[in-house]
Write a protein that binds this ligand. Structure first.
Ligand SMILES: [Zn+2]
Ligand SMILES: [Zn+2]
Length: 338
């Protein structure tokens, strides 16, 4: 019989359709292996030597030539970088002018190397760059919230194949983010603990959904996962804001993030995926009740009418089965164990 599970952080219900459940191996079998990319493309605005095709850099590591990570303003930004915020209220209509920051983070000079294939030190460099831009953009008084995310592959919404992530600083906090912060606060007021720290402790005691645990981070399949192989990476130390990550945690997270993405790359044959850093808004930095994490979502299924109409997801892969499958994959071997 199918099972309904509730996401304790959002109160959303998910249908675990065990009757129509696919085994993880079957999802992988449906995928075609994709052709490998060249290491350089002369029309790519993010390849070294083509810098003139993109707007001037906001920052680079190192700052001179031979950069390893580079940040440029998005050429087609969702929000305008310059200007003052004005809020308009006309009868029932509320609006604002679209001010914000929209960066592209070019993650490697190599056109072909997705995160799963990068050295851990390069992934750490990328995370250092995320943190620096996160801190700088958060300090802009016009910005209320910063989201850092990556789209990999067409199903995940990317149009450029060169490995890159994006940062969008918005002048408002979305109602979804607000609601999660409120729910976490409500839990804290009732039980006197961070709901995320508590869930993490429980997951480590009953590790059926743990994919891997390092010294400073833990990767788990959430109990009420809405989509197959959704993986959350939590810092063990309580921190509300991504901006509070320390240098040792950056190196540890780099290894864990690379490892999770390499397991997906090998186990599910380089699936399209998104990841996003879900952090407390700037105004909630330092609070005891919210806890940031990285949400990695492989795009193996499509959102269809029921999801749109009800706000409920149907997941055909049990998180426990997904965790077991991913635990058994050793990317160094090039495939699933056994
Ligand atoms: Zn390129
Ligand atoms: Zn916590």
């Amino acid at each position: 019989m199918p099972e309904l599970r509730q996401n304790r952080f959002t109160k959303e219900w998910v249908i675990m359709a065990t009757e129509r459940a696919k085994r993880p191996e079957e999802l992988r079998a449906q995928r075609e292996a994709r052709p490998s990319l060249p290491h350089y493309s002369d029309t790519c605005p993010f390849c070294p030597g083509n810098e003139r095709l993109a707007p001037p850099a906001v920052m680079a590591i190192p700052a001179h030539d031979n950069w390893r990570v580079r940040v440029v303003p998005n050429k087609f930004p969702a929000l305008a970088r310059e200007g003052q915020l004005t809020r308009k209220i006309e009868r029932s209509r509320r609006s604002m002018n679209g001010i914000g920051i929209h960066d592209v983070i070019v993650e490697t000079p190599d056109h072909a190397l997705t995160t799963a294939l990068l050295p851990v030190e390069q992934v750490a460099e990328i995370l250092r760059c995320y943190r620096q831009r996160f801190t700088e953009v958060s300090a802009d008084p016009r910005i209320a919230h910063v989201t850092i995310f990556k789209n990999h592959g067409v199903a995940a919404g990317t149009s450029l194949e060169h490995p890159h992530a994006q940062l969008i600083g918005t002048p408002v906090i979305s109602s979804q983010v607000r609601y999660r912060v409120y729910e976490a606060l409500r839990h804290y007021d009732e039980f006197g603990e961070c709901i995320f720290c508590e869930a993490l402790k429980e997951d480590l005691e009953e590790p059926a959904r743990v994919v891997l645990a390092s010294e400073l981070f833990v990767a788990v399949e959430p109990f009420a996962s809405g989509t197959p192989f959704a993986t959350y990476i939590y810092p063990r130390r309580h921190m509300a804001s991504f901006g509070d990550i320390n240098p040792a945690e950056i190196i540890d997270l780099a290894a864990v993030l690379k490892s999770v993405l390499a397991k997906l790359y090998v186990g599910l044959r380089n699936p399209d995926f998104n990841y996003a850093i879900r952090t407390a808004p700037h105004e909630n930095a330092g609070v005891l009740y919210y806890h940031w994490y990285v949400s990695v979502i492989p795009r193996l299924t499509r959102i269809a009418g029921f999801e749109l109409g009800s706000g409920m997801f149907i997941n055909t892969v049990l998180p426990e089965a997904a965790a077991e499958f991913l635990r058994d994959i050793n990317p160094q071997d090039g495939g699933p164990v056994a």
